[in-house]
Design a protein around this ligand. Structure first.
Ligand code: CDP
Length: 217
């Protein structure tokens, strides 16, 4: 069984996807983490974000693997190294959408995401899961929230990770990424026609989880 959860940044999809995976005993596949891992490698190798052939070549020769911890949180391995925490740094967040918009990079990630999803029953979260990666997913959700609420949620999350950020920084980042992600040519952020839309603006995480579960069970 494949459960697809898409939506913009800060809507709470990763938290919801992880809890659903944990409750159902499914594999949690955070596809954003895969793009983040590639971005980390590009930064470490000092590959210019405009050098598209070099980025695609790098993606082709990169090994990305995923497992889940006990609490279903994601452990992501970049060429065998656990990068679960460095991929959350602001320098990665700032650049990731520019790398994720490249067709050649997406094609490589698409193959991997389908491979992971076929291993076990899975919950995948991202931007194009219901539209492109698994258009035949058993259940599709599009999780959204008002912009100001998404900003506050992301702020709280990053503060809990002890990141030195301001509300203004987050606003700028979400606006920029939402814009790139939803206007790009290949696999833009979009609700699949058959996805269930959930506006979580005034919902607590537990309520969202229950709502999603009620559609699955
Ligand atoms: O958690 P957050 O909403 O900040 O983003 P993420 O899920 O970690 O994804 C980071 C970035 O990866 C997004 O802003 C997109 O540019 C890209 N992404 C994508 O293009 N397609 C996906 N299926 C998932 C993420």
């Amino acid at each position: 069984m494949i459960i697809a959860i898409d939506g913009p940044a800060g809507a709470g999809k990763s938290t919801v996807a992880r809890i659903i995976a944990q409750k159902l005993g499914f594999l949690y596949i955070d596809t954003g983490a895969m793009y983040r891992a590639l971005t980390l490698k590009a930064l470490e190798r000092k590959i210019n974000a405009k050098d598209i052939p070099a980025l695609i070549e790098m993606a082709r020769s990169t090994n990305i693997d995923l497992t889940n911890n006990q609490d279903s949180s994601l452990k992501i391995l970049l060429d065998g190294r656990d990068v679960s925490s460095p991929i959350r740094q602001p320098c990665i967040t700032r650049l990731v959408s520019d790398i994720a918009k490249l067709k050649g990079v997406r094609e490589i990630m698409l193959g991997l995401q389908r491979k992971f999803g076929k291993l076990r029953d899975s919950v995948l979260d991202g931007r194009d899961i219901g539209t492109v990666v698994f258009p035949d997913a058993d259940k599709k959700f599009y999780i959204d929230a008002e912009f100001s609420v998404r900003v506050r949620r992301r702020y709280k999350e990053l503060k809990e990770l002890n990141q030195d950020v301001t509300l203004k920084d987050i606003e700028k980042d979400l606006r920029n990424r939402d814009n790139i992600d939803s206007t790009r040519e290949f696999a833009p952020l979009k609700k699949a026609d058959d996805a269930i839309y959930i506006d979580t603006t005034s919902m607590a995480i537990g309520e969202v989880v229950n709502k999603v579960l009620s559609y699955i069970q």
